[in-house]
Design a protein around this ligand. Structure first.
Ligand code: NDP
Ligand code: OXD
Length: 307
C-alpha cells in the first residue's frame, strides 16, 4: 500500500516527514518509476498523470488544492475517490486575502491609487461598514471562513449556495432564484464558487447588471467563471467601481491584456490561498486514517455535482 506524491521535491520532503511520523505503515514515494504500480493506493497530484491506468489498485486521488476542476474531463474510473483539500491553512490564507480585498474596495483603494498616479489629493465620501453589503457566491469551506472573518468589521453579510444554508448573522440565499436576490442587495461581491458546467461564465454582463450601481467584485474562484470583457465594460461604464481579481483565464494573462493596466482592477497572480505542505500533509494523513476506518474522507467530491 503506497502513497505516491506527484509534486515538487521541496514539498515532497515535508510530506515524507509527515508520513514517517503520522502514518509510518503507508510507504511514501515521490518516484513513479521506482514504485510498484500495483501497490499505489493513494495519489496526491494537481493534475491527472497520463499514465493513471497503470495504478490499477488506486483508491483515492487527493487534489493538491481546494479546487478539483483540473480533473474534469480526465478518464478517472468511478471506483476512484476524488478528494479536495480542506485544511485550516488554506482557509486562513483565503480569509486574509478576501479581507484585504474587501477593505481595499470598501475604502476606495483603486480610486486613491489612480489619484496618486495623477498627483490628485481628493477625499471620496466614505460609506460606513455597517451600510456596506458584502455577498459571497459559494458558502462552502472557504466562503463560510471568509464570512466569519469579515464579521467584526460590521459589514452586512449575505451568501449564495446551491442548497439552502443557515449561517449565524448571514442572509443566506440558494438556487437560481436566490441569486438575483443576493445580487440586488450586494455592494461587494466575492466569488468563491468551484468551477463546474453551471458556474463557468457566471460573472457575466448579465450578472453585473443585476448588481447595484457602484458595486465591486472580488474574484477568487476560477478564471473561466469571469467574462473579462464584461468586467472591463462594467468598470468603464461606471456601473462597477472596482475589482480585485486573483484568477483569470488564461493564467498567466498575456502581455497587453487590459487587466494589467486597468485603473479599476487590482490584480494578483492566483495567490489568494496557497497550499502549505506543513499544514496540508497532516490533513492528508488524517484523511487516510478516516478512509482506512471506513469513513468518507473529508472533501470527498461528488462526481455528479463536479465539486
Ligand atoms: P466547497 O466545495 O466547500 O464549496 C463550494 C460552494 O459553492 C458550496 O457552498 C456550493 O453549494 C456552492 N456552489 C457550487 N456550485 C453552485 C451553483 N451552481 N450554484 C450555487 N452555489 C454553488 O469549496 P471551497 O469553499 O473549499 O472552495 C471554493 C473554490 O475556491 C474552489 O473550488 C476553488 O475554485 C477556489 N479556490 C481558489 C483559490 C485561490 O487561490 N484563488 C484557493 C483555493 C480555492 P452547496 O453548499 O449547496 O454545495
Ligand atoms: C486551490 C488553489 O484550489 O490554489 O487550492 O486555487
Amino acid at each position: 500500500m503506497t502513497f505516491l506524491f506527484n509534486s515538487d521535491a521541496r514539498r515532497g520532503a515535508i510530506f515524507a516527514d509527515a508520513f514517517a511520523r503520522d502514518l509510518p505503515e503507508v510507504p511514501f514515494s515521490m518516484d513513479p518509476e521506482a514504485v510498484n504500480p500495483d501497490a499505489v493506493r493513494y495519489l496526491l497530484t494537481w493534475t491527472v498523470p497520463e499514465n493513471l491506468p497503470r495504478y490499477r489498485n488506486l483508491e483515492i486521488i487527493f487534489s493538491m488544492g481546494a479546487g478539483v476542476d483540473q480533473f474534469q474531463g480526465a478518464a478517472i474510473p468511478e471506483s476512484i475517490k476524488i478528494v479536495r483539500l480542506i485544511e485550516d491553512g488554506l482557509s486562513r490564507m483565503m480569509q486574509e486575502y478576501v479581507t484585504l480585498a474587501v477593505l481595499a474596495l470598501h475604502r476606495n483603494l483603486p480610486r486613491y491609487l489612480a489619484q496618486q498616479k495623477r498627483a490628485v489629493w481628493h477625499m471620496i465620501d466614505q460609506t460606513p461598514a455597517g451600510e456596506r453589503r458584502v455577498g459571497v457566491l459559494g458558502l462552502g469551506a472557504l466562503g463560510q471562513a471568509v464570512l466569519e472573518r469579515l464579521q467584526p468589521f460590521g459589514f452586512l453579510r449575505a451568501g449564495w449556495s446551491r442548497s439552502p444554508r443557515l449561517l449565524d448573522g448571514v442572509t443566506c440565499h440558494s438556487g437560481a432564484g436566490g441569486l438575483d436576490c443576493l445580487l440586488a442587495a450586494t455592494d461587494i461581491l466575492i466569488c468563491l464558487l468551484p468551477l463546474t458546467a453551471e458556474t463557468r461564465g457566471i460573472l457575466s454582463a448579465d450578472l453585473f447588471r443585476k448588481l447595484p450601481q457602484g458595486a465591486a467584485l472580488v474574484h477568487v474562484g476560477r478564471g473561466p467563471q469571469l467574462d473579462h470583457a464584461a468586467l472591463i465594460d462594467a468598470l468603464d461604464s461606471g456601473h462597477l467601481s472596482g475589482a480585485m481579481v486573483d484568477v483569470t483565464d488564461p493564467e498567466p494573462l498575456p502581455p497587453g491584456h487590459a487587466f494589467w493596466s486597468h485603473p479599476g482592477i487590482l490584480l494578483t497572480p492566483h495567490v489568494a490561498s496557497m497550499t502549505q505542505p506543513q499544514l496540508a500533509a497532516p490533513a492528508i494523513t488524517a484523511n487516510i486514517r478516516r478512509h482506512q476506518a471506513g469513513l468518507d474522507p473529508l472533501g470527498l467530491v461528488d462526481r455528479r455535482r463536479g465539486y
